[in-house]
Design a protein around this ligand. Structure first.
Ligand SMILES: *Cc1c(COP(=O)(O)O)cnc(C)c1O
Length: 378
C-alpha cells in the first residue's frame, strides 16, 4: 500500500495533494477567451461554436457535430433523435455515471439494466443477447419487452473510463432486434475501437466536456451523427426550435435552450488544439502504472484488445471490498485522491424498480474497482 502511494507521488513528482483529474490550460485559452470578450459575442452567437463543431466532427470522423451546454443535455437530445419517447424503454449498463440513466428519464422512458464485461467495464454483448432472447420479441418492426409490454427503442452503451466496449457486436445485435444504438461517449474522446472513434458506431453519440473530462469547456457537450436530417434536428431543438427569420419569433416545436455559449466554445477550441498531446501524456502515465502494478501483482485495467483507450481515468481492481476500503482510506488520508466507482444505477432509489438482468459482473466491479490519479502531468 505504502509502495503504491510512494509510486504515485513519484510519478506526479509531488508531495502535495494529488487530485484525481485536473484540467490543463496550456494553450490558447486566454487568447480565445479575450477575443470573445473583445468581440462582445460571449453568448449563443459567435464563431467559436461553429469552429469547434467542425474541428470535433473532423477529429472523430463523424459527418456532423452539434455543440450543447453539457454532456447530459447532449445525451438527452441524442436519445430524442433515436425516437426515445414517453413509456418506451432503453437498455443500458448499471455501471455508469448518473447522467446516463437521468437522460433516459428526461425522455419519459425507463432504463433497463444489462450487465457489463469485466475486461471492458462496458455493456456486455453476451448479456444483451441473452436478455433479448429471454425477454423480447420483434413485432411490426419493433422490439417489444414481453414482461412490460413496452417498446425497447434504444440501447445506450457507455465506454467506461475511456475503455471501448464491444461496440461492433452491440450494434449487430441491436440491428437484428430493431433497436437504435446511442453511444454515451462522454468519457471516451480519443478512444478507438478497431481504429474507429467511439461515439460514431451508433445512430447518434454524445460526449462531455465537464471539468474532469479529457478536455473541458467548463461545462459542455456535443452530439455526433452521420445523418444530415438528425444533425439538423439536433441543432434545431438545442436552440429553442426557432424558425429562421430576420426578426420574427416563431418556434415550430418544443425546443430546448441547450446551446453551448461562444465563451465555452472558445475555451474548447483551445483545448482541442492540445488534445493529442494530452492523450500522449495520459498514455505515458498508463505505461508507468502498468509496469508498476504488474510488478506488484495488482490488477490494473489495460485497454481492451482491438482498441485504443484514452486512459481518461486510470483504474485498479482490488481483491475484495475490504481491501478496496483499506486502499481508499489510506490513499485519501495521505493526500492521494482515489475514488470508488459509481454505486450501481439499479441500487439507487429512483431506479430500484427498473427491470434488470443478472448484474454479477457490475456488482463485482462496484465492490473492487478504484480510480487513481490520472491527470495530464505538467
Ligand atoms: C461526464 C458524463 C456524462 C455527462 O456529464 P455532464 O457533466 O453533463 O457533461 C454523461 N455520461 C457519463 C458516463 C459521464 O461520465
Amino acid at each position: 500500500m505504502q509502495a503504491t502511494i510512494d509510486f504515485i507521488r513519484s510519478a506526479f513528482n509531488s508531495q502535495e495533494f494529488i487530485p484525481l483529474h485536473e484540467p490543463r490550460f496550456n494553450g490558447n485559452e486566454k487568447k480565445y477567451l479575450n477575443e470573445c470578450i473583445d468581440s462582445t459575442f460571449v453568448s449563443s452567437v459567435g464563431k467559436f461554436v461553429e469552429q469547434f463543431e467542425q474541428m470535433f466532427a473532423d477529429y472523430v470522423g463523424a459527418k456532423y457535430a452539434i455543440a450543447a451546454m453539457n454532456g447530459t443535455a447532449a445525451l438527452h437530445i441524442a436519445l430524442l433523435l433515436a425516437d426515445v419517447e414517453q413509456d418506451t424503454e432503453v437498455i443500458t449498463q448499471p455501471l455508469t455515471f448518473i447522467a446516463t440513466a437521468n437522460a433516459i428519464s428526461y425522455c419519459g422512458a425507463q432504463p433497463v439494466f444489462v450487465d457489463v464485461d469485466k475486461d471492458t467495464l462496458g455493456l456486455s454483448p453476451q448479456a444483451l443477447r441473452e436478455f433479448l432472447q429471454q425477454q423480447a420479441k420483434v413485432e411490426n418492426g419493433q422490439c417489444i419487452n414481453q414482461t412490460t409490454g413496452k417498446v425497447i427503442k434504444a440501447c445506450l452503451p457507455m465506454h467506461t473510463f475511456g475503455h471501448p466496449c464491444r461496440i461492433d457486436e452491440i450494434t449487430a445485435i441491436c440491428a437484428q432486434w430493431h433497436i437504435s444504438v446511442v453511444e454515451d461517449a462522454a468519457e471516451s474522446l480519443g478512444s478507438y475501437y478497431q481504429g474507429q472513434h467511439t461515439g460514431t458506431f451508433g445512430k447518434v453519440g454524445a460526449f462531455s466536456f465537464n471539468g474532469n473530462k479529457v478536455i473541458t469547456s467548463g461545462g459542455g457537450g456535443v452530439i455526433v451523427t452521420n445523418d444530415e436530417a438528425l444533425a439538423k434536428q439536433a441543432k434545431h431543438i438545442t436552440t429553442t426550435a426557432k424558425v429562421p427569420h430576420p426578426y420574427e419569433y416563431v418556434h415550430d416545436q418544443i425546443g430546448y435552450n441547450y446551446r453551448m455559449t461562444n465563451l465555452n466554445a472558445a475555451l474548447l477550441v483551445a483545448q482541442m488544439e492540445q488534445l493529442d498531446s494530452f492523450l500522449a501524456a495520459k498514455r505515458r502515465l498508463a505505461e508507468e502504472y502498468q509496469a508498476f502494478f504488474s510488478k506488484k501483482n495488482m490488477h490494473w485495467v489495460a485497454e481492451p484488445s482491438n482498441s485504443q483507450a484514452n486512459y481518461w481515468l486510470q483504474t485498479v481492481i482490488l481483491n475484495s471490498q475490504a481491501e478496496r476500503d483499506c486502499f481508499l482510506k489510506a490513499t485519501n488520508a495521505q493526500g492521494v485522491m482515489t475514488r470508488p466507482i459509481w454505486r450501481l444505477m439499479n441500487e439507487l432509489e429512483m431506479f430500484k424498480h427498473c427491470q434488470h438482468g443478472s448484474l454479477s459482473n457490475a456488482k463485482w466491479l462496484e465492490q473492487r474497482a478504484v480510480n487513481i490519479p490520472s491527470s495530464v502531468r505538467l
